[in-house]
Design a protein around this ligand. Sequence first.
Ligand code: ADP
Ligand code: MG
Length: 701
Amino acid sequence: MRPELLNPLFAPVTSIPGIGPKLDKLLRFLLGRSETPRIADLLLHLPVSVIDRRERPKIRDAAPGTMVTLEVTVDRHRPAPGGRSRAPHLVYVSDDTGAAVLAYFKAYPGQVEKLLPVGEKRFISGTGQLFDGILQIVHPDRVIDEEGFAKLSGIDPVYPLTQGLAIGALRRAVGLALTRLPALPEWISPEVMRRCSFPPIAEALNRVHVPVELTDILPEGPFWSRLAFDELLAGQLALALVRAQLRRPAGDRNAGDGQLRRLIIDALPYSLTNSQQEAVKAIAGDLTQPVRMLRLLQGDVGSGKTVVALLAAAAVAEVGRQTALMAPTEILARQHIKTITPLAERAGLRVAILTGREKGRERKDILARLAAGEIDMLVGTHALIQDDVEFKELALAVVDEQHRFGVRERLALTNKGDAVDVLVLSATPIPRTLVLTYFGDMDVSELREKPAGRQPIETRTLSASRLTEVIDGIGRAVGAGKLIYWIVPLVEESEMDGPKLTNAEERFESLRERFGDKVGLVHGRMRGTEKDLAMARFAAAETQILVATTVVEVGVDVPAATIMVIENAERFGLAQLHQLRGRIGRGSEASNCLLLYREPLGEIAAKRLKVIKETTDGFRIAEEDLKLRGEGDVLGTRQSGLPGFRIARPDVHAQLITQARDEAMRILQDDPKLKGERGEALRCLLYLYERDEALPLIGAG
Ligand code: ADP
Ligand code: MG
């Protein structure tokens, strides 16, 4: 049960006066929540920068394009002329050095006059632009009278926003949210508080949202760092709690004599790479240990993780037990079963698939065979963790692309057996610090070599202004019988009215005008069967150009595809580009990747494209990624740049990660059930950061 103390923080933001359905919707999007955000979510949305209102230039000295605060007198109004509602309401203001204009679009009659009475003094903040030689500020960020200005600290936080959300509304909401903050117990130990010079949490939250100094909001500063440590500690503690449950009594052996494994290896059309062999050996070793296996198998796309997972399943089948392989998407699950089935059959290993698409009789039949032990390896999606899925004797859970699954899902799967061994597959090579962040202390196997016979990929970057040339080139490739992926970013609805981005369906249509039936389309909103059909037609070369969103990012395997065009490549993160590119270069022919970018190209985006052009080494790309993160202009990542974390940043808080790990270890040594007074405080922490999934494992405090 959640400590009552936290109730005010778990209240919906709509309990704040002035936050109605419209703001609710914007905040959901901004904060990445599917439901109405909690007050806590608002408080944990930290500013990215500040505006210093203490700096007050005269109008003459105000630099266009920068945020300024001016002290002016209101001279006159020119309301929008009637009938032309698109013209702005203009307000002429001045100080002793010159004049400026404020512009308001779509203002209600009388609204602006009330805000800026003629003859009065006002403090105006906003970003000015020169317009006909006069400084103009469109929709000033703030308009305050003298009395109000005197009360301000002079430093205002600037938050990441989303289209349609005004900074003023967000600041006001956060300000009110701060007043709801209850007195929280301290969960960090006095030693760590001292060593890291952390402030109490209330002070930390207040100072980042109501900065007193410009440096108060720096991620490396004490206030932000304290909050980052909290977040990391919650994560480490949750992982450690799960891990503590994964101990099992000695005596169980989940690997047999190697007979099935030998059959499979003999049937392989290739020989295992050295690192595959090492991984298989390490896993076999784990499976015979008296503690549960908790191993991460990392390897670039195409490095051959599936066969390693299959061999692990074979080891388990040798002692008559079962394996579940859970993948994040249906496409990926089907890809696995396709690779696995022919190999498994040779060894007499019985495999089956279960996704949302197996229904009725078919599903019933699979479940019956599973419960009877007639299936050795069940591959599937989330469908595997439904309540009525029962194994006869589940001994190994293989989780593909684990970072897409939460602790809850992983537990749900491992709870379907006793002391289930866990093998996690990750196609995103992760630097050690991040392994710790996401997985806690896990054993790691890396597949660093590419399987023999892989062809190089040549990568080029090109401005989107040369699209016509690119399409001509694609035309030649189509003529030569090549298969081409054409990737476009997923466009969020809220971005629709922003700068124009290509969307998958539009690109599909435009390519079809030229290439007709040779073009296929696959995107996330299509139904499973439609997706499979589109993939299958591409794999069979019935279509030669496959327009796709990032659904092809993970795992999809069409070895004959040798060309990839990525549109708006500047919008993708490094890891994502690397994953996407991994879809080509899988066959016997050399491949080409074209990264189209829209100008102007930002500095960070340019660096990302340079890295991806220079190397195909996933581990190097992961390191560079870490360095370039936190800039926030990457698709699908929020301000922190670290999926699943909103405050901690790997580039700034790397040191705190290990400290949080050590602290979590100490805590579980001293008080494994979180029972004492500090245990109670730590439970608050876990709830606050929504890492409480593991708490039922240890019971009430
Ligand atoms: P991953 O899941 O790591 O992205 P897969 O397991 O899907 O990679 O393997 C990619 C392709 O490489 C598959 O077609 C597989 O049959 C093949 N493959 C795996 N191991 C080897 C190897 N040692 N030599 C040659 N090909 C291999
Ligand atoms: Mg794979």
